[in-house]
Design a protein around this ligand. Structure first.
Ligand SMILES: Cc1cc2nc3c(=O)[nH]c(=O)nc-3n(C[C@H](O)[C@H](O)[C@H](O)COP(=O)(O)OP(=O)(O)OC[C@H]3O[C@@H](n4cnc5c(N)ncnc54)[C@H](O)[C@@H]3O)c2cc1C
Ligand code: FES
Length: 248
């Protein structure tokens, strides 16, 4: 285990369904919650009752507060399926903070575009960036069942089935309308690639948070390698946040 990373045994505080197959889990955390920065992730295993899953699973941190952190997760397979059964007091193990962070900006207009569950890391970034920057937050979902009710938080939801096109197809309009200086994005690769291509035409800086299948999560297994313009990079330690120009 590299230095600076913490292992925390924690208990679930709450676990709530927020949209179709999408849950927000709040977990007690006295150490990782204090150290984690926007863009970083944690590795989770969900307790001794689930020992058939040897590998921890990576999740972005969606929010932090005194003594807790939250994860917004989508049901994909075995572990995320079992996570939906977790109740207050159930135990889990977390390792983190892992990976790099989004850049710090000051006095910029920043567009944040999350595709599906890709909105998760952007919300912690938004919480930090809104102190100094003007933000426009876009959440792209395929169907209205996947739309999240954001309450007081200002998020524009783009529903593909209503609009007839993907959220990335609106990048140019947003860049022009709001004089956007930078874009942070997380979601499907084709979505982020399209955003980076349009942003390049307008000289707008892009950072993209990538997902990859991971094993160790801290650079030892090379299981998460992706090809960048400078050769292979490990998503877990060189990323998950990359400059758009490094990739596309
Ligand atoms: C840095 C990082 C941050 C992440 N943050 C979040 C988050 O905030 N919320 C969230 O819901 N998910 C997040 N993920 C994805 C999450 O790790 C996977 O959904 C989870 O590992 C699936 O576990 P499972 O056992 O339920 O599914 P499995 O049974 O392992 O897999 C089910 C299906 O999902 C696919 N899959 C699993 N993991 C990934 C992946 N990383 N990339 C692409 N396809 C995958 C598999 O190929 C398979 O088809 C993140 C991944 C990374 C690398
Ligand atoms: S997950 Fe092992 S090197 Fe990235």
């Amino acid at each position: 285990m590299p230095t600076g990373k913490l292992i925390e045994h924690s208990a679930v505080i709450s676990n709530t369904k927020v949209a179709e197959e999408t849950y927000l889990i709040k977990i007690g955390s006295s150490h990782i919650a204090k150290k984690i920065n926007p863009g970083q992730f944690i590795n989770i295993s969900i307790g001794t009752q689930f020992t058939d899953h040897l590998l921890k699973r990576p999740f972005s941190v969606y929010d932090t507060g005194p003594g807790h952190l939250s994860i917004l997760y989508k049901v994909k397979g075995a572990v995320t399926g079992q996570m939906t059964d977790l109740k207050k007091g159930d135990k889990l193990e977390m390792v983190g903070p892992l990976g790099n962070t989004f850049s710090n900006f000051g006095k910029k207009t920043i567009l944040l575009v999350g595709g599906g569950i890709g909105i998760a890391p952007l919300m912690l970034a938004a919480k930090t960036l809104k102190k100094k920057n003007k933000l426009i937050i876009l959440h792209g979902v395929r169907t209205k069942k996947e739309a999240i009710s954001w309450g007081q938080t200002k998020v524009k939801t783009h529903i593909d089935e209503n609009k007839g096109h993907f959220v990335c197809e609106e990048t140019e309009d947003y860049i022009k309308k709001y004089s956007v200086n930078a874009i942070l994005t997380c979601g499907p690769i084709p979505m982020m690639k399209r955003i980076a291509e349009v942003a390049r035409l307008y000289n707008v800086f892009v950072e993209a948070s990538l997902e990859a299948r991971m094993a160790c999560g801290f650079g030892a297994c090379v299981g998460c390698a992706i090809e960048s313009k400078q050769g292979f990079k490990k998503v877990c330690t060189d990323g998950p946040v990359f400059k758009g120009e490094e990739l596309w």
